[in-house]
Design a protein around this ligand. Structure first.
Ligand code: FMN
Ligand code: ADP
Length: 319
């Protein structure tokens, strides 16, 4: 997949292209439906499929106090978009200048001219241009003038749940520890990504060494607690990631009271001599085992961890 950091990166004569535009936070099932539809449209027109997105949530600039924590950062968003098989993504820098473009200038300067846009797909609630003045109706008017089609995609609802799939809903589920329903809405495993850093060197003594993810991890960690899942080692040089079954802890290690920030750490089952320090890893959450507890001593924590590991084995079908 090609990545453009702005319209100036797009090679001359790039179009025609079918454009899907939005925040794509999480690249969830709703986004995936839009991108699949773009692919079908592009195939019938001999066009390329381009996702147009932003380097941050526009709220970060417009109303920072209401800006939600993101489900994925730009690097994972690009990777997840690439996995859908689209041709290119343009990541626009959402700064004051972009926010002040009129809807017409935005469409012409960012989409029509660089990308040779022949179709644009948007959700029913899509707003663009200064003050959010642009909507689907205005896009249709501009479409007549500049010769592109506008395809407004209906709400994608989750089967059984009857609610529109959204990154807000995914955040709510993760906040409640429901990583299973979140994965259904995401159309992929719930995950965070980061580098393995040094912790307090206690894990090994407890009998459960854990790979601790750096505080600058990417993604949205679910509620504090213990989870069954996978650790995927993506160290450079490994052609594809190595996937290990893992018992995952999210929280501040309240038994010890010495960690103030929330930490994601993973114990790889049945391994004692891995060296993961400095590796980039993905931690996938499959199901929740229990909440985080402040134990009154190390022995009770160790006994509970042994029980957690047995439950994780069963949850991953390795019991
Ligand atoms: C399966 C599992 C369950 C855990 N449960 C708890 C818990 O209930 N309470 C707690 O304080 N810490 C819990 N932890 C975190 C441990 O306290 C932590 O891994 C240990 O202190 C090692 O820290 P270190 O990696 O910084 O050396 C758990 C860790 C794992 C892997
Ligand atoms: N089964 C395992 N699961 C996770 N990490 C392991 C495992 N075996 C060895 N390791 C390595 O040991 C380190 C964890 O040891 P630990 O005593 O918990 O130290 P730290 O406090 O630095 O995390 C991990 O970062 C990893 O490099």
């Amino acid at each position: 997949m090609m990545v453009f950091r702005g319209p100036e990166d797009v090679p001359a004569g790039f179009g025609p292209s079918v454009v899907a535009i939005g925040k794509f936070d999480g690249v969830h099932a709703g986004h995936r439906v839009v991108l699949e539809r773009a692919k079908v449209d592009a195939a019938t027109r001999g066009a390329r499929v381009v996702a147009v997105t932003f380097d941050r949530n526009p709220l970060a600039v417009l109303r920072p106090e209401r800006n939600p924590a993101e489900l994925v950062g730009v690097p994972q968003k690009l990777r997840l978009l690439a996995e859908t098989g689209i041709d290119a993504t343009m990541v626009l820098t959402f700064d004051e200048r972009l926010a002040l473009l009129s809807p017409r200038d935005f469409v012409v300067d960012m989409l029509v001219e660089p990308l040779g846009m022949c179709t644009i797909l948007v959700g029913t609630d899509f707003r663009f241009g200064r003050g959010g003045a642009g909507n689907a109706d205005l896009l249709r008017e501009l479409g007549e003038e500049f010769g592109f089609r506008v395809d407004v995609v209906d709400e994608v609802r989750a089967i059984d749940e009857g609610r529109r799939v959204s990154s807000t809903w995914v955040r709510e589920l993760l906040g409640a520890g429901d990583v299973e329903t979140a994965a259904k809405l995401l159309g992929r495993p719930t995950a965070v990504w980061g580098e393995v850093v040094h912790g307090l060197k206690r894990g090994r003594a407890l009998g459960f060494p854990t790979a601790n993810l750096s505080a600058s991890l990417e993604g949205f960690a679910p509620a504090d607690g213990v989870y069954a899942g996978w650790l995927i080692d993506e160290a450079p040089g490994l052609r594809s990631g190595v996937r290990y079954p893992a018992a995952i802890s999210v929280g501040t290690n309240p038994t010890f009271g010495d960690v103030t920030r929330r930490q994601v750490e993973a114990y790889v089952l049945d391994e004692t001599d891995l060296d993961l320090y400095g590796h980039e890893v993905e931690v996938q959450f499959v199901s929740r085992v229990r909440g985080m507890t402040a134990f009154d001593g190390v022995e009770s924590l160790k006994a509970q961890m042994a029980d957690d590991v047995a439950q994780v084995r069963r949850a991953l079908g390795r019991g």
